[in-house]
Design a protein around this ligand. Structure first.
Ligand code: HEC
Ligand code: HEC
Length: 230
């Protein structure tokens, strides 16, 4: 009886004096949890499906660093001219809009009469202002446009890992795609266009390392700040 009274009055005290501070504490904890929610999935859980990478090979920090190493390639105009916003490809080191009203079209291969293949073939033609080329030269389709422009590094990484946005590829298949002639074209783009400066073997090795170590993404700057304060 006495005990019950005691705990009842304790509760009353808690309710009047401590509860507000408990509430504040709770809000603070929730705030941390909320901010942390961005950290935890990326840092710990968001690795490729386990069937691709054995547990002992997963190294999130190394994978994220490998991804950062390939970002300058991904953001190079040789890649961005097909991975930018808008329903048209771009041209040149300044990524100006493709001349001659070229459009993405319903399937990424151009609008009706002016298909990419009208001018672009499976190889780059010699000479200044001649059309570059590689097998299957076209834009991603409007249904899955693979637009990298405007994304932060972590967002770009997440897009590359997201099957509904990346052409239904696993990280291993992204590595494969990086070996296709269309991607490798960026190192031999033809006269008047700057080749990608990162050595090609180094780029391919970093892509491979990213996938092999679990394909973790770099943390968002805000998430990094939160984890530093803990
Ligand atoms: C001529 C246009 C063109 C150029 C130039 C180009 N791409 Fe792409 N890219 C595409 C198309 C089209 C697809 C979709 C292919 C598919 O799903 O079959 C694609 C898809 C991708 C994908 C997989 C989807 C995604 O966004 O995750 C990656 C990765 C990629 N490209 C990397 C590159 C890199 C790296 C470069 C530069 C070195 C580059 N691309 C240059 C047209 C281009
Ligand atoms: C009427 C001919 C023609 C058609 C059709 C055409 N292009 Fe081009 N394209 C060119 C020419 C010519 C160049 C080179 C321009 C230069 O170097 O000044 C070029 C350059 C490009 C470049 C620039 C590469 C770079 O990094 O500088 C991209 C990307 C490109 N075309 C994509 C496409 C895509 C995708 C399609 C179809 C949706 C397409 N083009 C349709 C003629 C064409």
């Amino acid at each position: 009886m006495k005990n019950r009274k005691f705990s009842a009055s304790l509760l009353a005290v808690a309710a009047t004096c401590c509860f507000p501070s408990l509430l504040i504490l709770r809000v603070v904890v929730q705030g941390v949890e909320y901010a942390g929610a961005q950290v935890i999935p990326q840092a710990i859980h968001e690795v490729v499906p386990r069937d691709h990478v054995a547990d002992h090979l997963v190294d999130n920090a190394a994978a994220a660093a490998a991804f950062e190493a390939i970002v300058p390639v991904l953001r190079h105009p040789r890649c961005m001219n097909c991975h930018s916003k808008g329903d048209f490809p771009r041209q040149g080191d300044d990524s100006h809009r493709h001349t001659m009203q070229i459009r993405r079209g319903p399937d990424g291969h151009g609008a009706n009469a002016v298909r990419c293949s009208t001018c672009h073939s499976d190889h780059t033609l010699p000479g200044l202002h001649m059309p570059p080329g590689a097998p299957d030269w076209h834009l991603p389709s409007p249904a899955m446009p693979m637009i990298w422009e405007g994304l932060t590094d972590p967002q770009l990484c997440e897009l590359l890992k997201d099957p509904p946005q990346n052409g239904h590829r696993t990280p291993a298949q992204i590595v494969e795609h990086m070996h296709t002639p269309l991607v490798l074209w960026g190192w031999t783009p033809g006269e008047g266009r700057t080749a990608i400066p990162t050595p090609q073997p180094e780029f391919l090795a970093k892509v491979q390392e990213w996938a092999a170590k679990g394909a973790a993404c770099p943390l968002a700057a805000s998430a990094r700040m939160v984890s530093r304060h803990r």
